[in-house]
Design a protein around this ligand. Structure first.
Ligand code: FAD
Length: 311
């Protein structure tokens, strides 16, 4: 792993930094590139702008992970229920994506599952899909067990799978069999070589092979839903070529990108008739998430440095 990437991912897990770094002006200024603001209102405003300017649909996520009190997890659930109301009121096509450790997975998995059920039921009323993020590898079993349990009751739930994990092909097969929905990403955490491909070239190859399975005939006949969460233009291009060559219609491939990254690619995907969503993050607890964004592209560190010296 690139040493800068490794350092940034270590910082993302540092407790003192997690608690204190968001007050530092340099980070507050630089994070704006990836996050329209800390409040739900900021996310709603950004989603409205994307819809009006480029007819782009969105996904919201309120930043936070590993809560230590169940009351916090309960409050996050209430927040998201309120967010569904605000989204409907604003007439936005916006989904929500949740982190299970923010909904209490570490404290009380049964209550966490109830929270997901309530959110899935609310999403269904709005004709929306609720997505579950994937966190570090020790959470994968618990996340997928919860996902399959909720999917059996609510067909409108999807889960994220990470192409850097060796196990993902098997996990994907099970979800395709259940007719679920998957957002495929490369994976954002620092993982050991015992569970994840250490080389980017292997992660990229695995991504493409999983992506092909996701839009293959067996997946489509099962009603499986494929979403590709990536900014990698060569992978996006390869998926599109494969889809064309195998007769998969453009609207069967949905792409999801992060707010502020590869904006021209976002606009082009929309113009070409592919399903497209931009994920907007908001909330006060943004430090670990922001460090993972910097780690994805160590050149971003220069952006922070420039911000530090700009007036
Ligand atoms: C919608 C969505 C949801 C996600 N959900 C999860 C999740 O639940 N769990 C999880 O582990 N990960 C998640 N991720 C993050 C993902 O795992 C990757 O870390 C991230 O998307 C970077 O990988 P990439 O596929 O864009 O490819 P990369 O090979 O990392 O990047 C390809 C190119 O995209 C551009 N790029 C990528 N990232 C950045 C950046 N931060 N800043 C500027 N340019 C950049 C660069 O030009 C880079 O060369 C999500 C990503 C997206 C888009």
């Amino acid at each position: 792993m690139h040493p800068v990437r490794s350092l940034l991912l270590a910082a993302s897990e540092n407790r003192w930094m997690r608690a204190n770094a968001t007050t530092l002006p340099v980070f507050r200024k630089a994070v704006k590139r990836f996050m329209p603001g800390e409040r739900l209102d900021d996310a709603l405003e950004a989603a409205d702008t994307l819809r009006r300017q480029d007819r782009i649909a969105t996904i919201f996520t309120r930043l936070g992970e590993n809560v230590t009190e169940m009351a916090e997890a309960d409050a996050v659930t209430e927040h998201y229920l309120e967010a569904y109301g605000r989204i409907a009121q604003a007439g936005l096509d916006t989904q929500i994506s949740v982190k299970l450790t923010q909904l209490g997975l570490d404290i009380d998995p049964a209550r966490c599952r109830d929270h997901v059920r309530r959110l899935a039921a609310r999403a269904a009323e709005q004709g929306a899909i609720l997505y579950i993020d994937m966190e570090q590898h020790p959470y994968v079993d618990a996340t997928l067990a919860l996902y399959h349990a909720v999917l059996a009751e609510y067909p409108n739930v999807g889960v994220c799978l990470q192409a850097y994990l060796y196990r993902t092909a098997k996990d994907l097969e099970a979800i395709i069999g259940a007719g679920g929905a998957v957002r495929l990403v490369k994976g954002a955490y620092k993982e050991p070589a015992s569970v994840a491909f250490p080389k980017k070239v292997d992660v990229d190859a695995n991504y493409l092979s999983l992506a092909k399975a996701m839009i293959g005939e067996p997946a489509r006949t099962r009603g499986f839903r494929a979403v590709f969460g990536t900014h990698d233009v060569s992978i996006i291009d390869a998926i599109q070529q494969h889809a064309k060559a195998t007769g998969v219609p453009n609207d069967a491939c949905e792409f999801a990108l992060l707010y502020g990254i590869q904006r021209s690619v976002q606009q082009q995907l929309g113009r070409d008739g592919y399903g497209l969503r931009v994920l907007i993050s908001y909330g006060e607890y943004w430090f670990p998430w922001y460090m993972r964004r910097l780690a994805e592209r160590p050149a971003n560190v220069w952006f922070v440095a420039r911000t530090m010296f700009a007036r």
